[in-house]
Design a protein around this ligand. Sequence first.
Ligand code: ZN
Length: 469
Amino acid sequence: MELQEYAGRPAATGGRAPDPVNAPMIRHWCEAMGDANPAYSGPDAVAPPAMLQAWTMAGLGFSGNGNGNGNGSAARPGRSSDYDDLLARLDAEGFRSVVATDCEQDYLRPLRPGQRVLFDAEIESVSGRKRTALGVGHFVTTRMDLRAYDEAAGEKPEEAVRVARHRFRILKFQPGEAEPKPDGGSGTEPPLRPRPVVNRDNEGFWDGVAAGELRFQRCAECGVPRFPWLPGCNACGSSAWTAEAASGEGTVYSHVVVHHPLPAAFRAGGPYAVALVELAEGVRIVSNVVGLPPDGVRIGLPVRLSFERCDDELTLPLFRPATADDLPPLRIPVTRTLIVAGAIASRDYQDVHHDAELARAKGAPDIFMNILTSNGLVGRYVTDWAGPKAVLTGLAVRLGVPAHPGDELTFTGRVTERVTERDHDRLTVAVTGRTRRGAHVTATVRLNVPVPVPRPVPAQENPVPEGPA
Ligand code: ZN
C-alpha cells in the first residue's frame, strides 16, 4: 500500500480521555503557562481552550519515547491499527524523528470540570517525500472530532455533544540530511541585519532614532521639508536647516515584496515588504512594513511608525498598519523550567521536551518547547489582552524556529478583523512569537468579546479629489 493510501483511514476510534476535565490539571497548566485568567478557576471555571489537546494525550506509558518504563510500546487507547501501521512504516523507512509543525483548533463549546472527553480521528493526508529545514520526511495530517458529556452530573456517553475540532500536522523525518539552517537552529548565532553607515550628513537622523524619533530636515530659508538627509536644499540651495520629528503617520506610496534570494539576515523571517512610505509631513522614506503578511501591503495603506528592535545593538524605524489595534508586546524568557513544565502540564512526555541528551541524539541542539505550550502561550497572550470575558473560538498555529532554553519569546499581535454582532465583537487576531532566530510561532486566534475592547482610532482617509460631475 502506498503511503498516501492511508488518507481517509481512521487514526483513532472510540477514544476516551484518560481523565475527566478537572481543576488540578487546569491549575497545573495555568501555572506552567503563567496564565492568571480568572475564567479558569472558581466554581464557574472553564478549561483554557488552548489546553484542548492535553485532555486526549495518552500519557507517559504511551509516548513511545523509549524511556525504559517498560510499556512505551503499548497500544494507545483508541488509536487505530492503520495509524500505528503508518507510523511503523515511516519508522522503518528511516523517518524516526517526529516534530509537530502546525495545528488548527475550533472550539464549539467550552469544556468544564466534570466533563468527559471522547474523540475520533482520521488520517487526513500523508505528504510525499519533502525536504525541509529539519531533514527529509513526510507530513502526516490528522483530524480529530471531540465530544464531551457531563460525567459528574450523571450524563451518559451517548449524550456527548460536539465540543471541538482539531487538525494536527506532524513531520516524520530523518535528521542529518538537513539543508544548511539559515535560522541558526544548530545553536549558532544568526547573521545580523546590515548596520547603517552613519556619517556627518546623516548623523542627525540616527541621533533621532536613538531618541525614539524619526527626524527629517526642513530648509531654514524656504521651508521645504526633505528626506533623506542632505547637506543642502534641493529647492533653493540653502545649507541652513532645522530638524523636526515626524508624527509617525504615513501611507504606503509604493512597495515591493522580496522573495528570493533573501539576504542571510532575513531568511528566517521569510519574504518581507520594502515600502516607500509617504509621511504626513510630505517626505518619503524607504522602510519595511511589518505586522502583517507581506502580500497584505498595498499602495495607500495607512501605516504608523514603530521602532523595532532588530538585535541587541540595532533598532530601526519601521512601519506597521495603522488601521487595526495592536496588542502590547509580551516577552517571555524561555527557561528549561518553562519547557519542561509546559510539556508535563500538557501530558507530553516526548523526550525532546525534557531530556537534553536525547534531544541532541535526535539532531536538536537542546530540548525545545512543545506545540501545546506554544498554543497555551498564544492563548494566554490574547486573553491577557482581551480580558476574562473573552471566549476563544479558534486557534491556528504554525511553528517556525524551535524555542530552546535561553531564548526569549516576544509576542506581538494585532486585530486583523472585527465584526460587531448584537452582543459581542467577533475578532481575529494575528499573533507572532519571535525569538532572535526568527518566528517561533505564527498564529491566528478567533475570539468573541462581549464588552468591546477599546476601538482603534479610525485612520484618517485621504481626501478624495472632487472631479467634474
Ligand atoms: Zn530651501
